[in-house]
Design a binder for this molecule. Sequence first.
Ligand SMILES: C[S@@+](CC[C@H](N)C(=O)[O-])C[C@H]1O[C@@H](n2cnc3c(N)ncnc32)[C@H](O)[C@@H]1O
Length: 311
Amino acid sequence: MSSLTRFAIDYQHQHVGNSMIVHADCFEWMGRLPENLLHGIVTDPPYGVKEYEFDQLEKRANGNGGIWRIPPSFDGHMRSPLPRFTALNEKERKQLYRFFVEWARVAKHALRPGGHVFIACNSFLCQFVYAALVEGGLEFRGQMIRVVRTLRGGDRPKNAEGEFPDVCSLPRGCYEPWGILRKPMPPKMKVSDCLREYETGGLRRLPEGLPFSDLIESARTSQQEREIANHPSLKPQALLRELVYSVLPLGEGIVADPFMGSGSTIAAAESQGILAIGAEKNKEYYELAKTAIPRLSELIVDSQQINISFR
Ligand SMILES: C[S@@+](CC[C@H](N)C(=O)[O-])C[C@H]1O[C@@H](n2cnc3c(N)ncnc32)[C@H](O)[C@@H]1O
């Protein structure tokens, strides 16, 4: 039995290498974890709140709109559908805000004091997502900018493209912001004390001793990775390996991805010999993660920013 088994509580779970994945709603699961368990969280949550609901996934599969749109083809290749966050109305924005306040509360419960969260976001929504996370009790520590061509924005005004050929309604997205948050350290505690007591509080320097930097050049997820894990929001191993590495300041402890999708964060942790737990509520993605994690973790990838190999 692995040291992680008891954290599956009574949810369906499976060990994959040293890590464990659970089939659960993360709000419920994290709320039931022992307090102060996790050393760090690296995650990529759903942003439309609704884009991973059954009816929206069905519309995506049928190529039938909903919150999903097909970006223009690029280099002669058809792109996969992306969620349209601009389609959220006021009520849905409020719902999204509440979602992240509640999520921050359960994350704060499960994290150790000083434990960091890296959370993928998008430039359109990040301002109020960060506000919600702070209202839920996390401390804002800045953001990491992943420089990547997202194919979001840059379009001419809808249904008036011919009339306004020189206008774009939103800038073309060339970066993906990731919020950096932390569970507050106990009052008056210094980072050095927090490192001693909880093994948290700071971020780990990169293998060459350079500080973790908040600007990361990152290619889009490779075709090879997409073939292994067919998830609409698959993040690249090169990026995730750097994040799971840096989220543990002493290289010790447990990293969680509560919205693990196909398990790419767990695979990144596996490749680094880091203990990780992933939670996913969609059964199909949970099953996909079982096969994708070992294969993604085996890939040799280079971090483009610092030109070091994380494997
Ligand atoms: C943006 S995707 C993450 C994809 C992941 N980065 C990957 O590379 O595969 C978010 C995932 O969270 C899952 N999800 C949504 N709500 C959840 C919840 N309450 N608990 C656990 N998983 C949830 C969705 O099914 C989806 O797979």
